[in-house]
Design a protein around this ligand. Structure first.
Ligand code: AP5
Ligand code: MG
Length: 183
């Protein structure tokens, strides 16, 4: 978990490699769907370009599908999901069906100034269509309104939330995450 630009993708990729498990980024799955202009991609595009969330039913459909793949049997890492309390409840149902539980909820904390600087820099380098300043601001608002409550949801559940400082070098942050997971 973490706001836009917190480093979920960067750190999630390294953690998934370390544990030898797949990483499921709903954002990456949606961007792939857009590139291959599938029905899903076309539906998601207008939400993503506006910095809004794609509807819960669409996301839960994707997540159920990836989690039923054989590669998910040894565990998996979710990046950028769940992003609403409804998604968190949906995930809990999917997990309970297979008698599974979350091992940890990791939350990368990064201040707004650093986020805006990271993402607007990436807009220049990679041209991600939702990294212009106006859309970044909207993504941050959406995060506060719809995703921050997910942290409350997990804080009140047995798994809890592990906050990890998301500033510093990529290696420093990765070391912090692994340390917290082994604690
Ligand atoms: P998504 O793709 O999840 O985007 P996001 O949450 O806005 O996050 P980012 O991918 O931009 O950032 P990140 O935290 O992964 O950081 P990263 O490692 O890339 O979602 C995009 C859209 O898809 C949403 O707006 C929504 O429309 C839709 N969507 C996705 N999931 C959904 C869901 N569950 N429900 C509904 N809608 C959904 O790093 C960011 C940048 O910073 C990079 O350039 C990186 O190189 C740099 N960086 C990383 N670490 C550091 C560091 N330590 N120091 C300096 N720079 C760093
Ligand atoms: Mg990402």
């Amino acid at each position: 978990m973490g706001p836009p630009g917190a480093g979920k993708g960067t750190q999630g990729e390294l953690l998934a490699q370390h544990f030898g498990i797949p990483r499921y980024s709903t954002g990456d799955i949606l961007r792939d769907a857009r590139r291959s202009t599938t029905e899903l991609g076309l539906e998601a595009q207008r939400y993503m370009d506006a910095g809004e969330l794609v509807p819960d039913a669409v996301i839960l459909g994707i997540v159920e599908q990836v989690m039923s793949e054989p590669e998910a049997a040894g565990g998996f890492l979710c990046d950028g999901f769940p992003r609403t309390v409804a998604q968190a409840r949906g995930l809990a149902e999917v997990l309970a069906r297979d008698d599974l539980a979350l091992d940890a909820v990791l939350n990368l904390t990064v201040g707004v100034g650093e986020i805006v600087s990271r993402l607007t820099r990436r807009a220049g380098l990679e041209g991600r269509t939702d990294d212009d300043l106006q859309t970044v601001r909207r993504r941050l608002e959406v995060y506060e309104e719809q995703t921050a409550p997910v942290l409350e949801y997990y804080r009140e559940s047995p798994v809890g939330v592990t906050n990890v400082d998301g500033t510093g070098t990529v290696d420093e942050i990765q070391a912090r995450l692994r340390e917290r997971l082994s604690a």
